[in-house]
Design a protein around this ligand. Structure first.
Ligand code: ATP
Ligand code: MG
Length: 497
């Protein structure tokens, strides 16, 4: 944030002052962060009153002021100094906030989010004029993993602000923008879409001068209807980057590569093929599936070993490398930063080996067909000479393709020679996964369906032995994260190694 008076903020967001005089509002400045959780408020901050599933942020206005906030951005007067904005229909307005707030019947939350977007846009514009570089990334899989790698490779070059976890929608994105201050050099933003127009709207809030598209897969297929519709929405990012900017495209994904036609910006291609500008050559994996390769760029080359797991991380790392090189890093700096950047966000390819010799791959944060395939391949590699357990739950949001995609993953597990597929859940999609595995030739104890995570945990506790490798993966909504944590914690008494 930059220090702004309440009157200036009211002017930017088109709100009116409540419970504070015009005179006071022209003197009181927001100097702290903008928070929507009253427990996170710090001195000089601005509290965002949003409707929630169980509570209404407006009820916490007083608590936020007690915690040091100087004012509240709200949909109605709250008895403490506030900037009050009108409601908007949830689907209306540039922010397109439908689906971000679960309970917003009267559009008051959408009104506050629209105000937040305007505030973030004004702050971003001022910081960019002052030299801030904004980097936007999108893609069906790997935005958060890549965001963490980008933050790592840019760190030696200056102060980086990147979102925690997966803050990538019409709340998390502007919230992250407002973490930037005049001392910030790089602002890294994850941009996600549920509908056409979402990414364009996020790019209007904080126009990136560097934009990267990782891949176009089938995540959220149910929302979009087709892969083409997903591609069109993702291409809103290259379209938003101006001629003076740079667009990084994954040359190994033909749909992404074709987005070169959609941008006025200079295009940098990353990939494994000879045509890529930033290229990985000779990829090999260590026993824990951490990739090593030779990184080629601008006629030079350097050996790179990643500290994250899975062959799919190569393209994420290439994207991060290309961005760092654009920002002035040397190849050697990039290699050193990547070597030190282990898994940073929870439940994404977190690999731990327990004291009893069982290795857990906790990839339970989310799942779509592409990331399931990536996770299963990493499992197959890590368990080359051991027993592999794939503990899989439902992939959400696949629409009418749900049954066929679950069937496909069941078959893939068999083709990758997974020793034991444990299908968690009894709904139709999970039965389709079981059926796919059986049709592909799985038999006997090679595949088992259990009702829930508890049953899976009991079964695993019974069966796991020294040397086994276990992948736990599902959409977040399937709740397998707790199962993976419990598994990883088991046997740690003997000392995790
Ligand atoms: N390049 C990639 N290709 C396929 N899968 C990937 C890739 N990068 C990461 N993944 C896998 O995709 C899953 C989600 O990763 P991550 O959280 O980084 O993605 P995301 O795009 O941020 O997801 P979300 O849309 O839920 O925020 C993880 O299982 C991760 O291992
Ligand atoms: Mg994410």
């Amino acid at each position: 944030m930059i220090a702004l008076t309440l009157s200036r903020i009211a002017e930017i967001v088109g709100g009116r002052l409540a419970d504070v005089s015009a005179d006071e509002a022209s003197r009181i400045k927001v100097t702290g962060t903008v928070e929507f959780d009253s427990r996170k408020v710090t001195a000089g901050g601005l509290f965002l009153a949003l409707p929630g599933a169980r509570t209404d942020g407006h009820d916490f206005a007083g608590t936020a002021i007690d915690a040091g906030a100087v004012a509240v951005l709200a949909a109605r007067p709250v008895g403490v100094p506030a900037i009050v904005v009108d409601p908007v229909a949830p689907d209306a307005g540039a922010a397109g906030t439908a689906g971000v707030l679960e309970h917003d019947a009267d559009g008051s939350g959408a009104g506050v989010l629209a105000a937040l977007a305007r505030l973030a846009a004004a702050v971003a514009a001022e910081l960019v004029a002052d030299g801030l570089t904004i980097i936007g990334i999108t893609g069906s899989s790997g935005k958060t993993s890549t965001k963490d790698l980008i933050a790592a490779v840019l760190a030696p070059l200056g102060e980086v602000i990147a979102p925690p976890g997966s803050f990538n929608n019409e709340l998390g994105h502007p919230w992250t923008v407002l973490r930037a201050t005049p001392s910030t050099d790089f602002l890294v933003l994850e941009m996600s879409a549920r509908h056409p127009g979402n990414i364009a709207a996020l790019a209007r809030i904080a126009p990136p001068s560097i934009g990267a598209v990782l891949n176009v897969g089938t995540a959220h297929l149910g929302e979009f209807g087709s892969r083409e519709a997903i591609a069109t929405t993702k291409s809103e990012l290259p379209q938003a980057v101006p001629a003076s900017g740079v667009v990084i495209l994954n040359a190994d994904d033909p749909v992404v590569s074709a987005m070169a036609d959609k941008t006025a910006a200079r295009v940098v291609r990353v990939g494994r093929g000879p045509d890529a500008d930033v290229r990985a050559d000779g990829v090999s994996l260590d026993p824990l599936a951490r990739p090593s390769f030779t990184l080629h760029a601008a006629g030079s080359q350097v050996p790179v070993t990643l500290a994250v797991h899975g062959d799919h991380q190569v393209s994420n790392a290439l994207t991060a490398a290309a961005i760092a090189l654009e920002c002035g890093a040397t190849l050697e700096q990039v290699a050193a930063s990547l070597a030190a950047a282990g898994p940073a966000s929870r439940h994404r390819m977190q690999v731990s080996t327990r004291g009893d010799g069982v290795t857990i791959i906790n990839d339970a944060y989310n799942a779509n067909p592409d990331s399931m395939a990536a996770g299963l391949k990493a499992l197959a590699w890590m368990a080359r000479e051991a027993r592999s357990f794939a503990v899989l739950g439902e992939m959400a949001e696949l629409g009418e393709d749900s049954i066929s995609e679950h069937d496909r993953i069941g078959r893939l597990a068999v083709r990758l020679d997974v020793s034991r597929l444990i299908v968690v859940g009894s709904g139709r999609p999970m039965s389709a996964m079981l059926h796919g595995a059986v049709m592909e030739g799985s038999w006997g104890s090679e595949v088992t369906q259990v009702a829930d995570a508890d049953a899976a945990l009991a079964l695993l506790r019974d069966e796991l032995q020294d040397g086994d490798v276990v992948l736990v993966k599902a959409s977040n909504s399937a709740g397998l994260g707790a199962l993976a944590d419990a598994l990883a914690a088991d046997a740690t008494g003997e000392g995790a190694r």
